[in-house]
Design a protein around this ligand. Structure first.
Ligand code: FAD
Length: 390
């Protein structure tokens, strides 16, 4: 059998990256291979992940808030950040979620909308991974429509009092700080909430069949009293959380391609070594048709992600373009993970191979940061001028 060609060679993907970006990508890939991959199946199976330890190591690696500038953040290109997401998600979407929530949601909100004091207090520790952040937008009755939120912040003298419940919050019960979005008399505002504030609790959600290597929690705010300085001064209305979601969605456009690539490489290796009806599975036309079709979607997905990276680095990217990337990458990654599972036969359902773990994780990725339907509606509105959300 001749040596197979790597996907990156087929699409000449590295020709689109700078030497710095390749170096960052390779550093993250090495960390992922040595520090994460050997343990991931066990973390997923036990639904226990050493988040604090990993956050510190990811901080040392320089990937937490890496595309932000100043206050201890690395200030890399958006493309480099996307590549880091891709390499981390090639191990597990849960690890990439930890990095996305920390950097794109919690740190970005403080970096973009926070006061100088809030930035100084939180960003250097969050970049180093010694403080963990979470982002509380979704509520039990309001996911796709966060504008309906019921969590309330009311003024009491110079203070704010927060009451409400947030649901499905990544890193919630391990966080030191929560960026919480709440309704006020002046509209929706963001609050920086230290998680040791009396009245704040974050019970963990158990029994997940997806993203088991990620902590997901409820946030309960029961008369949480905060000083006036806890409000993010620059974020007014839903554009605050939506801007942060755009950052995370951008990372997912890259990241989901990592999960799909890992499934694909596993399937190619398996098909080359598995003998069926006296010859390698890879030698059958049906298998090759599956692999060829998956390679096309992987290549196109990578190219779209890289293109979005260049647009973002040029400061030109639009929310609709980010929706295009998120929708396409995750939907194709789900299809690829499932197709790869068929190539692995019964072995494909075990944790010995990553494909069904990725497939299960991708169900969450399809749902969070805007469901596929929400992104279809975003594109539908851009294409027709008609909003069909309600
Ligand atoms: C593992 C995990 C981690 C998460 N982490 C976070 C986090 O850190 N912070 C946070 O704030 N949230 C988080 N979320 C929540 C996530 O963002 C929401 O689950 C998501 O927005 C969808 O909301 P929902 O689950 O309430 O579904 P719903 O909004 O109830 O949607 C149910 C179905 O209805 C569809 N639908 C909704 N509106 C329309 C419409 N107008 N037309 C047609 N179909 C529609 C949806 O696409 C979906 O298929 C997380 C979720 C998961 C699973």
């Amino acid at each position: 059998m001749t040596r197979p060609q790597a996907l990156s060679t087929l699409f000449a993907l590295d020709s689109l990256l700078s030497p710095d970006e390749i170096e960052i990508r390779d550093t993250v890939r090495k960390f992922a291979a040595t520090r994460l991959r050997p343990h991931i199946a066990q973390w997923f199976e036990s639904a226990r992940i050493p988040v604090r330890e990993l956050a510190r190591e990811l901080g040392e690696l320089g990937v937490l808030g890496m595309h932000l500038d100043g206050h201890g953040c690395a200030g890399t290109s958006a493309t480099a950040y996307g590549l880091a997401c891709l390499e981390l998600e090639a191990v597990d979407s849960g690890i990439r979620s930890l990095v996305s929530v920390q950097g794109s949601l919690a740190m970005f909100s403080i970096h973009h909308w926070g006061s100088e004091e809030q930035k100084r207090q939180w960003l250097p520790r969050m970049a180093a991974g010694t403080a963990i952040g979470c982002f509380g937008l979704t509520e039990p009755d309001f996911g796709s429509n966060p504008g309906g939120m019921r969590t309330r912040a009311r003024r009491d003298g110079g203070d704010w009092i927060l009451d409400g419940t947030k649901m499905w919050i990544t890193n919630g019960s391990v966080a030191d700080v929560a960026v919480v979005w709440a309704r006020t008399d002046e509209g929706i505002r963001g609050f920086v909430v230290p998680t040791d504030t009396p009245g704040f609790s974050a019970p963990e959600i158990h029994g997940k069949l997806s993203l088991r290597a990620s902590v997901t929690s409820e946030l309960v705010l029961d008369g949480v009293r905060l000083p006036a300085s806890a409000m993010l001064p620059e974020a007014e209305g839903l554009r605050g959380p939506l801007a942060a979601l755009g950052e995370a969605r951008f990372g997912i456009a890259f990241g989901a391609m990592g999960a799909a690539r890992d499934c694909f490489e596993t399937a190619v290796d398996y098909a080359r070594s598995r003998t069926v009806f006296d010859k390698p599975l890879a030698g059958y036309q049906l298998t090759q048709a599956k692999l060829a079709d998956m390679a096309l979607e992987l290549g196109k997905g990578h190219l779209l992600a890289y293109h979005l990276g260049r647009l973002k680095d040029g400061g030109e990217i639009t929310p609709e373009q980010i929706s295009t990337g998120k929708l396409n990458s995750v939907r194709e990654a789900v299809a690829i993970a499932r197709e790869c599972r068929t190539i692995l036969g019964a072995n494909g359902i075990t944790l010995e191979y990553p494909v069904l773990r990725h497939a299960n994780n991708l169900e969450s990725v399809l749902t969070y940061e805007g469901t596929s339907e929400v992104h279809q509606l975003t594109l539908g509105k851009a294409l027709t001028g008609e909003a069909a959300f309600r």
